[in-house]
Design a protein around this ligand. Structure first.
Ligand code: FMN
Length: 311
């Protein structure tokens, strides 16, 4: 490979997978599945990025449990019948020379919402009850995600174990579908992110309180999925590197978690941010947002926040 080629277009080796280039398509919810099954929409949506030559294409958030779908018509891998339609997409993408990963997710207390382009509002409990697939908002504690959201049911030990099993079972199905990468969705305020954040996790047991306790579910899922996923295939995790609230999950927390995820065999941390709550917190100086306050002086120039001099 010529050194003169920009790095973006040079191959990247991750375990046994070599990407043709470093262009990676971010996961994007499509709300076009048929009871979790991929449809022609997914073939066109994901296939067009392969025709364009992307090195790696990530599917939208794909539910490991129908109760934890983000929205209506999400992709799923909670059932064996969902393998074949996804495999057809995977085979098409491979035939174009691209790799493809599946983003596995449980929406937790943010299960049941309108598509983002329709505002992303919470579905009502009545709307969720009327659906042909079961929905249930689950979380570490019975704290609603925000105004308009019903409070989740706090998971007990059996519930936590079944969430871990759903991630592992979906991983086995992802391998059968031929995916090259699994990405665990631990960001955007969904189930695992809500366990990480002290804003959503008020538990008094071994899964709440200290940062180590709040990280337990993320690390357990990562370890168990790594054991079920072929050693030659890379494992990614998506994190919200900051919650964007004053006292929430922070960048320092993400650095610690990333080190632990690496020890569990995670190869890539895919950084995003926010999503835990719809209300972004104001900095105490009132001039900017909590996670990165940049206020302005009298002449309009940007200055560092006087209340958070370390930033
Ligand atoms: C319509 C739409 C759907 C999205 N769905 C997902 C998703 O399923 N999973 C996810 O992790 N991020 C999702 N995102 C976030 C994107 O993957 C991406 O991180 C975001 O658009 C910001 O782009 P950037 O990361 O290139 O800055 C979605 C974004 C949009 C606009």
């Amino acid at each position: 490979m010529s050194d003169s080629l920009p790095l973006l277009f040079q191959p990247l080796r991750l375990r046994g997978l070599t990407l043709a280039n470093r262009v990676v398509i971010s996961p994007m919810c499509q709300h076009a599945a048929d009871r979790g099954h991929a449809t022609p929409w997914h073939m066109v949506h994901l296939g067009k990025f392969a025709l364009g030559g992307a090195g790696l294409i990530l599917t939208e958030s794909t539910a490991v449990d129908p109760r934890g779908r983000i929205g209506t018509a999400d992709l799923g891998l909670w059932n064996d019948s969902q393998i074949a339609p996804l495999k057809a997409v995977v085979d098409f993408v491979h035939a174009q020379g691209s790799a493809i990963g599946v983003q596995l997710a449980h929406a937790g207390r943010k299960a049941g919402s309108e598509p983002l382009w329709e505002g992303g509002a919470a579905l009502s409990d009545a709307r969720m009850a009327a659906d042909e697939e079961p929905w249930e908002r689950l979380g570490p504690s019975p704290l609603a995600a925000g105004p308009g959201w019903s409070a989740p049911r706090a998971l007990d030990a059996d519930g936590v174990a079944s969430v871990v099993k759903h991630f592992v079972d979906a991983t086995v199905r992802a391998d059968k579908a031929g995916f090259d990468v699994v990405e665990l969705h631990f960001g955007h305020g969904y189930l695992v992110a809500s366990f990480l954040s002290p804003n959503a996790n008020h538990r008094g047991d071994a899964l709440g309180g200290s940062r180590d306790n709040r990280m337990w579910l993320a690390l357990e899922i990562a370890q168990r999925v790594r054991a079920a996923w072929p050693a030659a295939k890379p494992l990614f995790c998506r994190l919200s590197a900051v919650d964007g609230t004053l006292d929430g999950w922070s960048l320092d927390d993400s650095v610690v978690l990333a080190r632990e995820l690496k020890r569990c065999g995670v190869d890539v941390v895919d950084c995003s941010s926010g999503g835990l709550t719809e209300e972004r917190a104001r900095c105490p100086c009132r001039a900017g947002w909590a996670f990165r306050c940049r206020s302005r002086n009298a002449s309009g120039a940007r200055r560092k926040c006087p209340r958070r001099p370390s930033e």
